[in-house]
Structures are given as C-alpha cells and as structure tokens.
Design a protein around this ligand. Sequence first.
Ligand code: ADP
Ligand code: MG
Length: 331
Amino acid sequence: MIHSVTLKNIVKIYNPGLFSLKVDKLNLTNDRIHVINGPNGSGKSTLLNLISTIEKPDKGSVLFNNEPLNGLGKKIGVLMQKHYLFNLTVFENVALGLKLRNYPRSKITPAVTKMMQKLKISHLSDRGVKTLSGGERRRVSIAQILVLTPRILLMDEPTSNIDAQNIFAIEEAIKQIHKKFAPLTIITTHCLNQAFRLSSNIISITDGKITDFLHENVFFGEATKTNEGLKTIKIAKDKEVSFITEKQGNIYIAIDPQNIIISKNIVPTSARNHLCGTVEKAEFCGPCVRLLIDVGAPLYATITRQSFKELGINLGATVCASFKVNSVKVL
Ligand code: ADP
Ligand code: MG
C-alpha cells in the first residue's frame, strides 16, 4: 500500500529576515527512500522536524495520506540530531520500544539480537550506554528506532560522527528495513555521496528552498563564446570554466564533484578546464573524501580516501582541479 506525506504551502520563519523555510508543495511516498541534502544551515533539520510534527509551521499543512498527522505517534520513528538514550544497557535500550508496546520476551530477544548484529553493536550488548563513544551511541539509537519497524521513518543525519565501515552498516540496515517493510523513509544528510548511495530521490535544499539542482558547484554568469567554439563563464577573478552549449546570456552551470580530477600540479590531459586553489576542508564520506577547494570561488571535488592519502593532501595545500568541457552541465 502506498503511503504519502504531503507538505502544502509551508512557511517556517526562525529569524525574521535571516532564515525562513518555504515549501509550496512536496509529496513523498513510501515506494522509495527520500534524502534531503543541502549544506549546513540550509534547513534540512527544520524540514524533517516539520514532517515529524516536532515543529509547527507558521503557515501551511503537513498531511499523511491526505489527513492531518494525528494519532500516528507510535508509528513514527524519529532519529533527531540529538537523540537521548536511557541509562540502561545497550540491549535494554534497543528493546525498550518493543517492551513499551507489550511485545512478549520471546519476540523481543530475537528482534533485538538481529538488529544489534546488523548495526555491529552485538559486542556492546551488556554495556551501559554511558560507557560508549558518540558513534557507538548513535548506532544504538538507530537500532532502537529500526527495531520498531515504524511506518514513517525520519532520520536526521544518521551517520554523523560515524566511521567509514559503520556508515555502510547503517546504510545497509536502512535499505533492508525499507525493502522489507517499506516505511515512508526520509533521511537528511549533508553528504551528497551518501544521498546517491541511499536514494533515487534527492531533495536538494538551499537557504530554506527546494531547488531542482544539486547544490554543489553551481555557478552563474554570462556565457561568452571562445575561438574554439566553446562557451565560458567567469566563476571568479581570472577563473573561467569552458563548456559546450547553444545557450546564450546569463546561465547556471553545475560541475559534478565526482568528475573532477585532483592533482598536485597541472598535468597534460584532455581536460580543458584547470582550476588551481587551496584545500579548505576535507570531509570523509564513507570511502570518499569531499574536498572544498578555494579556487577564487568554492569548488567541491570528491576523490577516494586512497587518492587523498597517495597525493598527501593537507589543509592549505595547493591543488589543481581538472575536468572536461562535457563534465559541465548547463542547467
Ligand atoms: P540544517 O539541518 O540544514 O543544518 P537547520 O534546519 O538546522 O539546518 O537550520 C536552518 C536555519 O534555521 C539555521 O540558520 C538555524 O540557525 C536556524 N534554526 C534552526 N532551528 C532553530 C530554532 N529552534 N530557533 C531559531 N533558529 C533556528
Ligand atoms: Mg541539521
């Protein structure tokens, strides 16, 4: 059976003039996992909190199967950015929801054992949660929610502060639950690679608005013809990007971070675009590293951990980002 969450004419204002979330219409169904992706402060948690009814909108409505979201308390599993556990053992924490729902012990023990295995926390079963690391506690919180097989599953940055191997275990557990029970699943992440791994429906959000392009490496400018039959736009002082398009005038372009090759120096390749700059940030996303490079404008590039190591990249290092003209998407 198809379930849906619909947001209509939603407005949520936090700091008048500073941040507001506006969603005219968003309809999400349980036939696939949905991921909300955007940079820090773009409104991902706010959007999720409105869907979970933890926050009330200033205007508009949130409907579940076209009805107001009432009486579903027990059927919603919500992992908030700060999720609190009880001062009990790991096993007892994971079992808690099932106990409160009066499940018999004979059902609770196998369900909890299986979920702990999936999230690789079986060895922590008898430990008090106070003795766990932040990442371990996060996995216990996720197990506590997934074991309930909720009808609506909302998770805010489920893998923040979690190491690479365990990120995959969590993603796998979420996918398995979705495949088996098809809860209406909405996950937020600032990591675009994770969004691609989890979902075929990525909702991109920038400054409180849903955009129809992924937020990374989007540039705006006037397309200028070159002698080679290409077009260019200026993305920063003395920095141009070449690409192929028939379009004229002011346009948006996007460069997929995965199509960018990083080297220490400009190396001769067939790539026409070379932008050099300094590494400002390196963010570990599973097996990949997302680099933020200041080339006069912020440019994101995704490389493997292996390349990151082999190239010996440090924060502040100068690197060169190369990409082909046909890696540039004209929006
Ligand atoms: P994200 O989850 O994408 O990082 P948030 O939804 O948490 O972003 O926040 C979006 C904006 O709203 C930020 O500018 C944040 O400071 C502001 N904000 C979030 N929650 C509150 C709140 N309870 N009170 C005031 N401002 C808030
Ligand atoms: Mg958030």
